[in-house]
Design a protein around this ligand. Structure first.
Ligand code: ZN
Ligand code: CU
Length: 482
């Protein structure tokens, strides 16, 4: 006789992703959906998981990632599933893997090199080619994809150090349309980074025009997250208004000593403006940032760690001060001899990080950089750190709120139907963890390690992480925005 369910998760405490209080229940799955929630004593299934003492939550949605290539080159997605993440939003900060290609041995234009310094993974001439590839060789996690403005600039402009011409804008618009038709959920920009710094607001507005017809979203690593943060918020909101779409402020932060405490201003402005237009934001739970190495950024930080260096791989993981002593050269020369390289910058204030995390509308996003040799600990640690350090230890918010910020809120903000909730009929993306022990295992000196307390992770009804290890299942799908 056929059993009514494929899998029953028994005896756990459900936190459903809506901020509702927790409750005891068994959860039964059939295929890729949650079929029944309740007391299922006496009901049989093909397979059972004992979740006694565990929280059963919706799988986490990483609101901000650079996993475009990781899904192809390391499809087990260990840095993510080990934290309970079941869906990633990829293509952020203006940087998407498609649609741009590089010739062999050519230099990959920074910051696109954060996905692949060699350029061999930049092989998709169209976004649909990339989406097809992800469909035929799925990863362990689901993904929702953004097409990057910097990628489009590099693909269409002979000289990226100036504003795009009307003809170039037209080409970028047709590539945006192609990406959205292929399933992308929106466009991202990285206006902070060269060469996108050369793009005026009007260029971004024009490139984003096709978004409106598709109900797409505009995500941005803003032009300035320091002294000019308020102007940058205004620019972001203007782009949203003029294009007529939702905007997402990526990894919201305020950087540099003179700006510490200014999250009070930025959050008040965001909250006020949310009444007039659709705005979302995400944040990672650390007061150090990480990106490519640049002298400008070094100047604003109290401490700098090197995460990778092409000419000097031996220095990855070391402090810039230490490298200066070893090389016996002035700082500017040391920096240029390390390039291309990546770094971690300590330039935020803990109070700002906590205010932003706590803000009602803030989603959790890791901004993890999976190809760095000594990555920022956020890559493996973001979600357990919010659950453990910020919720359990510091009591910044209840566990129900922490989970909402990484599930229900994120699914709602990005329009991912049937995701981010434990509900009958929803997709069976589930994270099970021990609320008493959950926490990140990574630190700034030991930055690659699976988190503590994550027991089982399920994507589309299939177990992708259990007993501290990835399984062979690769059930990930490309999700569209609804
Ligand atoms: Zn960014
Ligand atoms: Cu980013």
């Amino acid at each position: 006789m056929a059993l009514p369910f494929d899998l029953i998760i028994r005896g756990g405490t459900v936190i459903d992703g809506t901020r509702a209080p927790r409750f005891f229940a068994d959860v039964a799955l059939r295929g890729d959906v949650i079929a029944k929630i309740g007391d299922l004593a006496g009901v049989k299934a093909r397979r059972e998981i004992d979740a006694t003492g565990l929280i059963v939550a919706p799988g986490f949605i990483d609101a901000h990632t650079h996993d475009d290539r990781l899904m192809l080159s390391a499809p087990a997605m260990a840095p993510k599933v080990s934290q309970g993440v079941t869906t990633v939003i990829a293509g952020n900060c203006g940087v998407s893997l498609a649609p741009v290609t590089f010739k062999k041995d050519s230099v990959v234009t920074p910051p696109l090199d954060l996905l692949d310094i060699e350029g061999v993974w930049f092989r998709y001439r169209s976004f649909s080619e990339y989406v097809r590839h992800l469909g035929s060789a799925p990863a362990a996690t689901n993904a929702a994809l953004l097409v990057g403005h910097t990628t489009l600039r590099v693909a269409t402009m002979a000289d990226v150090k100036r504003p795009a011409t009307p003809a170039e804008i037209t080409r970028m618009q047709s590539m945006v349309t192609e990406a959205l038709e292929a399933g992308a959920i929106g466009v991202s920009t990285g206006l902070f980074y060269e060469p996108a710094t050369a793009a005026p607001t009007e260029e971004v507005i024009e490139v984003c025009r096709p978004l409106k017809g598709f109900g797409g979203v505009y995500c941005t690593h803003m032009r300035n997250e320091g002294a000019g943060v308020m102007d940058s918020l205004e620019e972001t909101f203007r782009i949203g208004r003029e294009v007529g779409v939702q905007v997402i402020v990526s990894h919201h932060k305020v950087m540099g000593l003179p700006n510490h405490g200014r999250s009070r201003e930025t959050l008040a402005f965001i909250e006020r403006q949310m009444k007039a237009q659709s705005i979302g934001l995400d944040c990672y739970p650390y007061c150090a940032s990480s990106t490519i190495l640049s002298a400008d950024r070094v100047a604003t930080a109290s401490k700098v760690l090197i995460t990778w260096s092409k000419p000097h791989p031996e220095f990855s993981g070391m402090a810039l001060d230490e490298i200066e002593q070893k090389m016996g050269k002035p700082r500017v020369e040391v920096i240029s001899s390390l390039l291309p390289a990546g770094a971690i910058y300590f330039a935020m204030e803990e109070g700002d990080v906590q205010s932003i995390l706590k803000f009602e509308h803030t989603m959790i996003g890791s901004d993890g950089l999976p190809h760095d040799s000594s990555p920022h600990p956020r890559l493996w640690g973001t979600f357990p750190r919010v659950l453990g350090h910020y919720s359990r230890v510091l009591g910044l918010f209840p566990l129900e709120t922490a989970i909402y910020k990484m599930t229900g809120l994120t699914a709602k903000t990005f329009g991912l139907a049937g995701r981010g909730v434990i509900l009958e009929g929803a997709f069976a993306d589930i994270a099970m963890f021990d609320a008493e022990t959950v926490g990140e295992a990574t630190t700034f000196s030991q930055s690659i390690a699976p988190a503590h307390g994550i027991a089982n992770v399920i994507v589309n009804g299939e177990i992708v992480w259990t007993a501290g290890q990835s399984t062979a299942a690769r059930p990930g799908r490309v999700l569209r925005r609804t």
